[in-house]
Design a binder for this molecule. Structure first.
Ligand code: ADP
Length: 226
């Protein structure tokens, strides 16, 4: 894992170093070049910032779970879906995507509201990134005998079957270049997996290349909730 982190942060650091040297070697005197190189440096700094933020988030959840500090309370699910949708609304509108919520107001589960919202924001963020303008992303809440289910459904590019098992590993990406271009850190789904473990639940995925993906959060009901 340390080797992976080092590799991930080495790329932006090498780029920043290279462009700073180019600027010092004279490019800074040509306003057009200077502007362009500074924008590239800015992009790489933002990338480093996103990686560090996600790593801190991941280690905080791990530490809190280890110390059994993650408190679960019985809470309405629709409210959490609405909160996550609100956080992602600007990004969805900017891409001309619709966000729909289908969830009974009575649906309740034992959750940590802050962490569940974070998991949903990560899933929605991906659904938005990998959808095409004009499409709709749906957030659904439902209930089965043993579980409360929350689904984030998109009609975007979908994922080839061979990748599905590895998707929740840290830094695993289907398309490295595309993830980077879209500002991904490769840690979003690993964070979702950890959050679901803290809920004594799990996350699953169904996807078809070209037709879209559905990520499902499974929250245990009744006695299985610790
Ligand atoms: P990233 O920051 O790259 O989005 P994630 O851990 O959130 O990292 O996701 C891992 C990879 O899973 C992504 O790089 C992408 O290839 C794939 N992925 C995740 N969500 C979707 C989705 N809704 N549609 C298509 N591919 C997805």
């Amino acid at each position: 894992f340390v080797a992976n982190v080092s590799h991930e942060i080495k790329t932006p650091i090498t780029a920043i170093k290279g462009f700073v040297e180019t600027l010092k070697d004279g490019a800074a005197e040509k306003p057009e070049d200077a502007e362009r190189f500074l924008s590239i440096i800015q992009k790489h700094v933002e990338r480093l910032e996103a990686i560090v933020e996600d790593l801190l988030s991941l280690s905080r959840i791990e530490k809190e779970a280890e110390r059994k500090e993650i408190l679960l309370e019985t809470h309405g699910i629709r409210e959490i879906l609405a909160g996550a949708a609100q956080v992602c609304d600007v990004k969805a509108s900017a891409k001309d995507l619709g966000l729909e919520i289908a969830c009974p107001v009575t649906l309740r589960a034992r959750i940590n509201p802050r962490l569940l919202e974070q998991a949903l924001v990560n899933l929605l963020d991906n659904a938005i990134k990998y959808s095409e303008p004009g499409q709709t992303v749906t957030l659904e809440g439902s209930e089965q005998k043993e579980e409360v289910l929350i689904r984030v459904r998109d009609k975007g590019c979908g994922i080839e079957r061979r990748h599905l098992d590895r998707l929740f590993e840290r830094f695993y990406r289907v398309d490295q270049a595309r993830s980077r271009k879209l500002g991904g850190t490769g840690l979003g789904l690993a964070i979702v997996k950890h959050i679901m473990q803290a809920h004594h639940g799990r996350v699953s995925v169904e996807s078809k290349l070209g037709s879209g993906s559905t990520f499902t959060l499974h929250l245990p009901k009744g006695e299985r909730q610790a």
